[in-house]
Design a protein. Structure first.
Lengths: 114, 114
């Protein structure tokens, strides 16, 4: 069975600085996708970024980028130029191409300080 | 475009009562997922459908929980009878298809059972 681990329950960063959230996963599958979702206090789950396992190039979306290390089964999220609106809980998630199941990590609460 | 729609947004009920949560997926999406989020257990996948057919209900906690998808634009999650430990936020999500596409989440229903 697949598992997703986020080892940082809470993190904080000063506005305009850069922060990296960690995520590791375990799977025996070769075809899968990885995601980061953001959940602000409104509790809406918002898709931040997506990475296909077959792609070596790391995904980027504006200030958000990932460091995908397939061999190490690591998938970290880097937020550059942090903004107060980035304050939220961030979830790493694994999507199995075989089953279609999305497995979430425990989440990391990020606070951006002014 | 309208996103995933869930109703009600909040539900407060007494133990023993029947609760029905509703979801309308994004038009054109063929897969629908029900999740439950609690502090203790995080985000859990309860059940998912593909083309209106239940694919995997292994996450449904007990027989008190049931879900249906009578057509492509509507799904329900029912709890009967409800118990205080069912208190949680219930999310519905949809995707174009299983396995290769990101899931888009509704705003969630916060259920409180007293």
């Amino acid at each position: 069975a697949q598992t997703v681990t986020q080892s940082q329950p809470e993190m904080s960063v000063q506005e305009a600085e850069t922060v990296t959230l960690s995520c590791t996963y375990d799977t025996s599958e070769n075809n899968y996708y990885l995601f980061w979702y953001k959940q602000p206090p409104s509790r809406q789950m918002i898709l931040v970024i997506r990475q296909e396992a077959y792609k070596q190039q790391n995904a980027t979306e504006n200030r958000f980028s990932v460091n995908f290390q397939k061999a190490a089964k690591s998938f970290s999220l880097k937020i550059s130029d942090s903004q107060l609106g980035d304050t939220a809980m961030y979830f790493c998630a694994f999507l199995s191409s075989n089953t279609g199941k999305l497995i979430f990590g425990q989440g990391t609460t990020l606070q951006v300080k002014p | 475009d309208a996103g995933v729609i869930q109703s009600p947004r909040h539900e407060v009920t007494e133990m023993g009562q029947e609760v029905t949560l509703r979801c309308k997926p994004i038009s054109g999406h063929n897969s629908l997922f029900w999740y439950r989020q609690t502090m203790m257990r995080g985000l859990e996948l309860l059940i998912y459908f593909n083309n209106n057919v239940p694919i995997d209900d292994s996450g449904m906690p007990e027989d008190r929980f049931s879900a249906k998808m009578p057509n492509a634009s509507f799904s329900t999650l029912k709890i009967q009878p409800s118990e205080p430990r069912d208190s949680a936020v219930y999310f519905c999500a949809s995707s174009l298809a299983l396995g290769d596409y990101e899931q888009y989440f509704g705003p969630g229903t916060r259920l409180t059972v007293t």
